[in-house]
Design a protein around this ligand. Structure first.
Ligand code: SAM
Length: 214
């Protein structure tokens, strides 16, 4: 892939990326290059996503960092190409990230990218989330496009520490998914459930997040 095909970062997008990634902006740019080249070649992301890698994927995921407290441990369930897990690891070096992803070729790609970017605050576990219960515990669990909330609760809530939080990146269906998951939320002892907006002051289309607090 030539440079001209790489997604550009200018104007409002640059300002948002600069604010979110700060001194790690160059690392984020290298991650986007990986997504746009080997990520496409190896089927981690669709070729049509290239022009919107920054807005729809990397920035949309990274802004969720605003809901995560300093020095926290975070498990990203079903990371795929590192969304949102790798974005959070780049934006927030203080966090300790574990990416849980069952598909081998995705895990291989993630490890290659992590090594190339020199990220020291992230590890990858090749597993389904339900297999890591008891092995991994976190202050926060994140997930995007893995399952509807009702199913997601079963594979994420058992990973959370006593007062942990699930941050599920969702679209317009958020309220409906909460309604459908009401019984499950009670079963898992959810103390508070909210629909939050991340990146409201940075992005044209901010990210909708369902926050479930234990
Ligand atoms: C549609 S992709 C989304 C990937 C990424 N989160 C994103 O937003 O682009 C769903 C991912 O979840 C993973 N997955 C599916 N079931 C899972 C489970 N039980 N535990 C962990 N990961 C799972 C799949 O392998 C896949 O990589």
């Amino acid at each position: 892939m030539t440079d001209t095909q790489l997604p550009t970062l200018d104007g409002a997008e640059f300002a948002a990326a600069d604010q979110v990634f700060g001194e790690r902006l160059e690392t984020a740019q290298r991650y986007v290059e990986h997504l746009a080249t080997t990520g496409i070649e190896r089927g981690l992301i669709g070729p049509r996503e290239v022009p919107r890698l920054w807005t729809r994927h990397v920035l949309n995921c990274a802004v969720v960092e605003e809901f995560i407290s300093e020095g926290a441990s975070v498990v990203d369930v079903g990371s795929g190409a590192g969304l949102p897990g790798l974005c959070l690891a780049i934006a927030r070096p203080d966090l300790s990230l574990t990416l849980v992803e069952p598909l081998e070729r995705r895990v291989i790609w993630l490890n290659e990218v992590i090594e190339d970017l020199g990220l020291e605050n992230v590890t990858v576990l090749r597993a389904r989330a339900e297999q890591v219960v008891g092995e991994v515990e976190a202050d926060y669990v994140t997930a995007r496009a893995v399952s509807a909330l009702v199913g997601l609760l079963d594979i994420t809530m058992p990973i959370l520490r006593g007062t942990g939080e699930l941050l599920a990146l969702k679209g317009r269906s958020a309220a409906e998914e909460i309604t459908k998951a009401r019984k499950k939320l009670n079963k898992y002892g959810a103390r508070e459930v909210d629909i939050l907006t991340a990146g409201a002051d940075l992005l044209e289309e901010p990210t909708t997040v369902v926050q479930v607090k234990l």
